[in-house]
Each structure stands twice: as C-alpha cells, then as structure tokens.
Design a protein around this ligand. Structure first.
Ligand code: ADP
Ligand code: GLC
Length: 472
C-alpha cells in the first residue's frame, strides 16, 4: 500500500514524548514490510542543520492562512528503502524554541494540516491511505473529506487530553465550509476542537491500546469528548504500540557501559553502578534502585510518586531513586526539594536527555509509572526489555502490556496497582522491596519481561487488516 503518515513529531527529527517514537517506528516497520511509506512533518528549528542529507523536493505550496498566503517549501529525506520523510518548511511557524505551547498554535497546525492536505492529493504521490496522529494533524481528516475523496482516512488518538481546542473565530482559518462548524462535527462549546474533527471525519479511528479505546467512552477518560467517542465506538479500534528494538535495546547500545540480555543478564549490574556514579548516588549493587522518566504533567501522577516516595523514606525504607523529567514547574521544584532533603537516596535530573533515559532504564531495578491515565505508554515496554521491572497503575496500555505478580509468578512481568493514590503506590513499592530481596522470584519476573516481545511485526499486521477493511 502507499501510505502517508502525518505527525507533528517524528523521532529522531523531533520528539517531546511517545508520539515521536510511535510514528517513526510504525512507519519504519511498515516500510520494512514492503509498503511505500511517506511521513509528513514540520521542519522545526535545527533539523536542517542536523540532517545534512535533507534535500529540497522541488515542491512549493502557497497556502492561505487568514488573509495571507504563505509559502511552504517541502524538503525530503530517504532514511531507508520505501520510506520518505517530507518536511514542511515555513520558518515563521516552525522555527521556534519549543514545539508546542506557542500563542499561535492554532494558526501553526491548521497551516501544517492544510499544506499536508494539498500534498496528499498530488498525483505524483498516488497515496491510498492518509493516517494522521493526534490533534496537530487532525484537521487533515475534514480537509480530505472535501479534497481527497478517493483517499482513505485513518486517525489515531494518542492522548484525548490534548484536543487542539481554540476559540471559534479560528475556524475561518481552516477554509472549510461554515456548515462543518456544528456540535456534531468540529464545534465544542463555541470553540473549534481539532481532535473532534479528526475523529468525526476519519473513515477509521484507532487508539493506542485496546484498554484505552474502552476507557475513552467514559467521562473519567474522555476529557469531555466521551459522547463523541461513544458515537464512533464501533469504529474505534485499540492497537497497542510496538517498540523499535533497534533503538531501544541493551545489546548494541552506545549509551550503555556494558551490554546484557535475557540470556546473559549479569552485566546489568555494571550499568547500575554507572547510573549511581553519574547521579552521585552511593555505588552499591545490592540496594534496590527505582527509576522514572516522564513529562511532568497531571497525567503521569508525579505528585503521587513524590508522596509515596516520601512515605517510604519516612518509614526508613532502604532504596534509591533515579528520576528524569521536566514540565510542570511546581512538580519540578517538588521533585528537586525531595532530592535535596534525601540526597543519598533520591537523585533527580530536571531536563530532557535521551542518553540519560537509556541509562536509567538500564541501571534501575524497577521502573515506576503511577499514571492517572496512559493511552499506551512506551517506557514500561522499554523497561521490560531493559530488565527494569515495571510498577504500573492498571490503566490504558499499562493494563494491557504488564502481567501482575499476582497470582502467577511464572508469567508475571511487573507489579500493578489500581487506585491512583500515594497509599496504593506505597503498597506496590513495598511489594517491590520484598521481591527485590527474594532473588529467585525477582530474576524470574525480570527474565519474563526481558523476553516479552512488543516488536512492531504483529502490530503492523493489525494496521494492515484495518487499512484493508476500509479499502475500496
Ligand atoms: P508520553 O508520550 O505520554 O510522554 P510515553 O511513555 O509514550 O509517554 O513516551 C515517552 C517517551 O519520551 C519515552 O521515549 C521517554 O523515554 C521519553 N521521555 C519523556 N521524558 C523525557 C525526558 N525528560 N528526557 C528524555 N526522554 C524523555
Ligand atoms: C501519548 C500517550 C502515551 C503514548 C504515546 C504514543 O503521548 O500519552 O501513553 O504511549 O502517545 O502513542
């Protein structure tokens, strides 16, 4: 098939979270399976300088946004056979210090989606499927309902909490007929809601895990769009994300001091010492070491984590913790304060650091994810492979991907807890501490996790099946 993927983040060109990993690795796996895959994404600051093989495609599109036409120059890159990346270059919109959170995000991503909708219908590409991801690309679906009648439209929800909701006067920028601005399509309490438009106009909608696909029809997880999800529910399919093990592995990884694997796990211990060394924790192999890498946002339960760690420190539990993240400023300072109070046990790095992320996965014994909701979650999948036993709240993709210690140790891969509360997490930490000191059980759970296979092979077959179900 000839597939166009559309995403505001694609690793290694851009990434703020799992979206960048997911779209890059899905496209790569589809290309390896023999599909012709193109990804359209914005050309953000610094990409051209870092990827010298980027070349102009010769395509320039002049697209109306507000009263003005702005030209988008399209650059292209061929990272591998069957895979093309098209970058939308419009410096006024995309050369910024951060990817999101700009005052004119509405203009920026409406513009991006309009450019992509024009690209999608160019004869030279001959696309059959256009697959857009999350709110920044969602407008491509309604735009193609007018422009690209022979194209099949797929939309994936990675996170219903981010909807691209902007004041209603921005609707005009889309160039869509006014009739689309109604409560059943793109309007939401007088605002424009891009995510809603994506869901409504797609021929097929997917969510990034089966459990999340079930959860979003409820008010707790639907973030106000639950009725929209309910109306489409027979057409919303949950497909768990895969992992690109060529990026996330422990045997051929430039960031790790020593390779290890399920068949030969002993050198994980060297990575633990290296992590302790790097973070200034006491270098000791026989102390349980917990980790977390996160966007600091309400979703991730960082407040729950801080309180639970505090509980356990108060009761004198012996452990270390290595954290990396950034985002919400009050959570950043609460994390920092905890590490200042307990410098021998808690080490925190505030920032975004891919190298350190790999080192934490490899050096820790347990990886804690107390998410309030988690559409899929990639870190628990990486942790499994890195032998860092996941401790997760049973929600979304965490529920789908981790098998709890209870009742069957022979197949368990992690520890689950249900309530998103410090008490429930503290109890889970206790279970982990007990497990840590019972080495044969610990090694069994760790081994099960390291051998679990979340590669894309199976997952792209699922996408193939779904694509075919809407093909003519
Ligand atoms: P989400 O997309 O909701 O942030 P995921 O678990 O799907 O959550 O993916 C998060 C991805 O972002 C992982 O690859 C993780 O390692 C990475 N990540 C998150 N925060 C940081 C950080 N501060 N530094 C480096 N990588 C990070
Ligand atoms: C979102 C979700 C996360 C998911 C990622 C990739 O950012 O928060 O759970 O893993 O998208 O699909």
């Amino acid at each position: 098939m000839n597939i166009l993927q559309v995403s505001s983040e694609v690793f290694p060109y851009s990434k703020t979270g799992g979206l960048g990993d997911m779209t890059a690795s899905l496209a790569k796996a589809q290309a390896e399976a023999g599909h012709h895959v193109t990804i359209a994404t914005p050309l953000y600051k610094g990409i051209r300088e870092s990827f010298e093989s980027l070349k102009p495609s010769g395509i320039e599109l002049s697209i109306l946004i507000g009263q003005k036409k702005k030209t988008a120059k399209i650059w292209q890159l061929y990272p591998k056979k069957n895979l093309t990346i098209l970058f939308v270059d419009q410096p006024d919109f995309f050369v910024r210090e951060t990817i999101y959170g700009q005052e004119d995000d509405a203009e920026r991503y409406i513009y991006f989606s309009k450019v992509v909708a024009h690209l999608a219908v160019l004869n030279e590409f001959n696309f059959e499927i256009v697959h857009a991801h999350d709110w920044p690309s969602a407008l491509v679906m309604p735009l193609l309902s007018i422009r690209g009648r022979n194209l099949k439209k797929v939309f994936t929800i990675h996170n219903a909490a981010y909807q691209g909701r902007f004041s209603g006067d921005k609707f005009e920028l889309t160039g869509l007929p006014k009739s689309f601005f109604n409560w059943e399509q793109m309007e939401y309490y007088n605002d424009i809601n891009l995510l809603k438009g994506g869901i409504t106009f797609a021929d097929l909608v997917t969510a990034v895990s089966p459990q999340y696909a079930k959860e979003i029809v409820s008010p707790e997880f639907g973030c106000g769009l639950e009725e929209v999800f309910k109306a489409k529910s027979s057409n919303i399919f949950g497909v768990l994300n895969g992992v690109d093990y060529s990026e996330w592995n422990t045997t051929n990884n430039p960031y790790l001091v020593a390779p290890y694997s399920a068949d030969s796990p002993s050198k994980k211990a060297e990575n633990k010492i290296a992590l302790q060394h790097e973070l200034g924790l006491r270098e000791q192999s026989d102390i349980p070491l917990f980790g977390n890498i996160s966007r600091f946002a309400e979703q991730k339960g960082i407040d729950i984590l801080i309180e639970a760690l505090q509980h356990r420190l108060n009761t004198g539990a012996v452990f270390q913790f290595a954290g990396l993240g950034n985002g919400d400023l009050s959570l950043e300072s609460a994390m920092k304060a905890l590490s200042e109070r307990y410098p021998n046990q808690i080490a925190i790095r505030i920032g975004y650091d891919t190298r350190l992320a790999h080192i934490i996965e490899a050096g820790t014994d347990f990886f804690v994810m107390p998410s309030r909701f988690e559409p899929c979650g990639l870190n628990q999948l990486y942790s499994l492979r890195y032998g860092s036993v996941p401790i997760v709240r049973a929600t979304g993709g965490l529920e789908d991907s981790i098998i709890d210690l209870q009742p069957r140790i022979d197949i368990a891969t992690g520890i689950k807890f249900v309530e998103p509360s410090p008490t429930a997490l503290s109890q889970a930490l206790d279970i982990a501490l007990e497990l840590y000191h019972d080495k044969s059980r610990l090694y069994k759970v760790r081994d099960n996790g390291m051998r679990a296979d979340f590669s894309w092979d199976r997952t792209i077959i699922e996408y193939d099946r779904l694509y075919k179900s809407i093909a003519n």
